[in-house]
Design a protein around this ligand. Structure first.
Ligand code: BGC
Length: 248
């Protein structure tokens, strides 16, 4: 069994757990700490350190994977759609490594979720192009081709009717605009049809907390591509970050 800690940084909470990266099971409890107000880099790093401590991962040098809601390239965070702008251009991976006193694996949150689904979930063994989207505060996306992750797809930011897609179609947009399932599904229909025409995927996977209510909105969509809920939902980021940390 290869153990690793997976940490998933979000706008409201920072979640973590110890993971068996062979089976994809959580080993022990999942801990969630509130994201510090304003989401400033140093405060977030401190909270991650505290979380790793609470998970018992400080002393034993267990591998750590961290996922974050922004473009992550060469260890730097290059965007900040729903987090503090201070992250843009920051050597974020190094900050975490300094605090945790070890190398970590640092990755975009949707990419971690997509990787988890391809290793342990709805995309396991699926050939061709799988496109996972997470519907939350924003829209995250992950492209997986024959099990290989193509990072930083950022398909939540394609333009639809001249507007950023996630601003109209995320779960936060549903809440903000008080949309019922039917009204939200209309926006989702447009969004997924556009993705279909751009990428011709073989499978869509829908993640994020709202995917637990998939029966309320996925049957309202008419697409060429099969569309299924994620298996791991809110734990997918933790599992994927942990798996990537050990190269599982
Ligand atoms: C960000 C992505 C992130 C997604 C989900 C988007 O606003 O641009 O990097 O994966 O939100 O958190």
């Amino acid at each position: 069994m290869a153990k690793a800690l997976g940490i998933d940084i979000g706008g409201t909470g920072i979640k973590g757990a110890l993971v068996d990266t062979v089976s994809g099971d959580l080993l022990g409890e999942r801990i969630k700490l509130p994201t510090p107000n304003g989401g400033q880099p140093n405060d977030v790093v401190k909270t991650v350190l505290e979380l790793v401590k609470q998970l018992g991962g400080l002393e034993d040098g267990v591998p750590v994977g961290v996922c974050f809601p922004a473009i992550v390239k060469g260890g730097r965070t290059l965007s900040a759609a729903n987090v503090s702008k201070k992250w843009i251009g920051l050597e974020a991976e190094k900050l975490f490594e300094k605090a945790l006193k070890r190398d970590i694996h640092f990755v975009n949150d949707a990419d971690a979720a997509g990787y988890a689904e391809s290793r342990y979930g709805a995309a396991k063994g699926v050939p061709g192009l799988v496109l996972l989207t997470t519907l939350g505060t924003g829209i995250g996306s992950a492209l997986i081709y024959d099990g290989v992750l193509i990072p930083n797809a950022e398909l939540g930011h394609i333009e639809i009717d001249g507007k950023d897609a996630e601003k109209q179609t995320s779960y936060a947009a549903k809440e903000r605009d008080n949309l019922d399932w039917k009204a939200w599904a209309k926006r989702l229909q447009k969004y997924y049809m556009r993705l279909e025409s751009l990428l011709s995927p073989d499978l869509f996977i829908v993640g994020g907390g709202v995917s637990k209510s998939h029966e309320d909105f996925l049957p309202l969509l008419t697409l060429e591509t099969p569309i299924v809920p994620a298996v791991h939902r809110n734990n997918a980021g933790i599992l994927g970050a942990a798996a990537l940390a050990v190269g599982a």
